[in-house]
Design a protein around this ligand. Structure first.
Ligand code: GLY
Length: 321
């Protein structure tokens, strides 16, 4: 889609757009206008974007807003792909992956976290309290306990029941769009104009034990640069990992592409790399520092939330197929 067309569409759909095309400064960086506070998030998770958006409206920092926004979904046991209530692996373990990024470029992540609902908060502690970026498995669980997180059971009555049903066939076939619930990735711009992001997931249902997806991997599931903007991913982690798509999108925006153009290029890379692209979903959303938003995915059915000026809206994404 042409940039002009995108801007026209987004204006009509109520997404605020501050500037059509960034000018380049002497470092070849786009010069961005300051956006109003805004939260965008993958899928139709209105409670999460409302939580973060309302925090931003009262002056909260983007980092606090993304953490508390995605925590809403981590705690919702009806969501079978994030936090407590997430579907287990083939051996019955619920294992969580999450990451968080701050405006100054700091990042923290956990992979294969087994005993805590709020993987994003443990990831934030990794970022703030350790010299590392990623903690995995037993070390991540032990670190969470040391940081005062209480041990929790992540397998719920419903997820255990579904797992026992799955054991009857043991068929491993990821379901496209998983009833429209998948990883939550969120990006917020606060009243100071700073951007932060978070991404959290229980990963693919009935994955192999030890499997880690894109969600906790900086550059794949999430990337941001406070000079440019940010991007987050959802869908088939293996395809997203191979594309390093969130990093790609931010770098494309740095070169002057709109968020929409950048998301489309990243999805086209995935399509080109994966002959079986019709069998899975992959999606990106992105925002630049102007508050201009883009979204693109392979299959119909993906949507994203946008909270700004007190309005919490869900928009269907454009798609490749
Ligand atoms: N996008 C989540 C995962 O594949 O684990």
């Amino acid at each position: 889609m042409k940039r002009r067309q995108f801007i026209k569409n987004t204006s009509l759909s109520g997404i605020g757009v501050a500037a059509a095309s960034p000018f380049m400064n002497y470092l070849n960086l786009p010069i961005m206008q300051k956006s109003e506070p805004v939260c965008i998030a993958t899928w139709n998770f209105p409670n999460a974007s409302r939580k973060a958006g309302e925090m931003l409206s009262t002056g909260a920092l983007a980092l606090d807003a993304v953490e508390q926004g995605v925590m809403v979904e981590e705690a919702d046991i009806r969501n079978t792909t994030v936090g407590r209530g997430g579907a287990p692996d083939r051996e019955g373990n619920v294992t969580l992956d999450a990451c968080i990024m701050a405006p100054n470029g700091d990042a923290g992540a956990v992979v294969y976290l087994k005993n805590n609902t709020h993987a994003v908060s443990v990831a934030r502690k990794v970022m703030e309290e350790t010299p590392h970026v990623i903690l995995a498995g037993e070390g991540a669980d032990r670190f969470a306990l040391e940081q005062g997180f209480e041990k929790e059971e992540l397998l719920t009555t419903n997820s255990e029941k579904a797992y026992k049903e799955w054991l009857k066939t043991k068929e491993y076939k990821p379901i496209i769009n998983i009833e429209n619930h998948d990883t939550i990735g969120m990006l917020c711009i606060d009243s100071k104009g700073d951007i932060a992001g978070a991404c959290t997931s229980s990963g693919l249902s009935y994955k192999m034990n030890g499997r880690v997806g894109d969600s906790p991997i900086i550059g794949s599931g999430l990337f941001l640069d406070n000079e440019v903007g940010g991007a987050v991913a959802t869908g088939m982690g293996e395809a997203i990992l191979k594309s390093v798509g969130s990093f790609l999108i931010v770098e494309l925006m740095r070169q002057g592409k709109s968020p929409q153009e950048a998301c489309e290029i990243a999805i086209l890379r995935i399509v080109k790399q994966n002959p079986n692209y019709k069998d899975f979903q992959a999606a990106f959303i992105a925002i630049n520092k102007n508050g201009e938003v883009g979204s693109y995915c392979i299959q119909k059915g993906f949507s994203y939330m946008d909270f700004r000026n007190g309005e919490n809206k869900n928009f269907p994404s454009k798609y490749y197929i």
